[in-house]
Write a protein that binds this ligand. Sequence first.
Ligand SMILES: Cc1cc2nc3c(=O)[nH]c(=O)nc-3n(C[C@H](O)[C@H](O)[C@H](O)COP(=O)(O)O)c2cc1C
Ligand code: SF4
Ligand code: SF4
Length: 382
Amino acid sequence: MLPDLNYKEAVFYVMSGTGNTYRVSRWIEEIANRHEVKAKVVLIEDADFSNDFIQSPDFLVGLLFPTHGFMPPWSMIKFLFRMPIRTNVPVMCVATRGALKIGSLQIPGASGFATFFAAILTLLKGYRVKAIFSLDMPSNFINFHWGLHPKNIDKISNKAQSRLKLLIPRILNGQRIWFTRNNLWEMLWCVFLFWLVPVFPIAYLIIARMFMAKVMFSNNKCVGCGMCARFCPNNAILMKDAGTKKRPYWTYHCENCLRCMGYCRKKAVEAGHSWAVLLYFITSVPVITYAWAWLHRTLSFYPVINGYWTIEVVYIFNFLIYIIFFLFAVFLSYRVFWYLIRFPVFNTFFSVTTLTHYYRRYHQPDTKLKHLAGIKKKKQTL
Ligand SMILES: Cc1cc2nc3c(=O)[nH]c(=O)nc-3n(C[C@H](O)[C@H](O)[C@H](O)COP(=O)(O)O)c2cc1C
Ligand code: SF4
Ligand code: SF4
């Protein structure tokens, strides 16, 4: 067995939507530098594996990302798959999760599979997983709930920073952080989710991609500055002509990191709740029932199929038709929706009937957009 070593150098790869994880990586970097570990923070889009770290047990590789539906975000998953195979390079997997505070009660977030997923993948690539932990930061999930009050943001952040001050020196001393109360909490979530809905995290990743991006729109306050498009980490926003000005159009590349929503200076990005309800009904049309009924009426088709095919085949066929209809309906109806919101009356209707219109926005207070832009993006935008 390799002996535990103190690290000499570290690189922290970071994915961050609204700045929480970026801030955490800077706090860790500060602590590391204080312990004479030469550390640097690298955004995942700037990663250069051949120069960022060497294959050595003295070199710690940190992987930091937010939790999205109990998993790492898509961009982080792709990054983990891209990581090169290296033997015995120590790795630390950290997920920030969304905590809420109501009065004096702090409600912790849950990372579920997020850190374990990163740990298993890196383990399979030959790395030595030395530390796994999740950390409560103020929740940025503002398409679902109100943005936290600044006082509560401070309290949650201070608690996170204090926790890091205790934890990081232990990790830098080579201690293995695996069997902790924190990881037990996350394990319980994994068991609960597996038992309840076995495919929940995967389903979430797909639904968020298909559905959640397609409820985003800009309200009448949008001035068409294009900042949301320029700073989107996935280049998921297109600025398209919409009457007298340009408006953001959300594509399927969006992974719902909420950077655009959290940082828009005009508070113009909304996640249309009333539109989501309408979209739900549009996509739930029992299209296959109508199709079968029509075929049966015109060709007496259904009994023939039922005679030759097993119920399972018919069931799978139904399901496939539904998926095709779902994708088509989401795609087409977003185009119609996007056309309508250029008219102030429709825009006002969808804005005032969405809860995000009344919610506070959130981004990590000390993290500026320029901190979150990779080198290439900085060259293009700043
Ligand atoms: C789409 C989405 C899904 C989220 N899912 C979870 C979750 O499953 N569990 C959790 O604790 N927090 C969840 N959160 C909250 C974030 O993980 C948390 O606020 C994180 O610190 C944000 O980091 P960032 O500012 O670096 O993007 C979610 C946030 C978003 C936007
Ligand atoms: S939504 Fe906000 S950031 Fe995007 S173009 Fe409109 S005003 Fe600018
Ligand atoms: S469009 Fe907005 S929410 Fe989607 S990935 Fe880009 S910045 Fe994040």
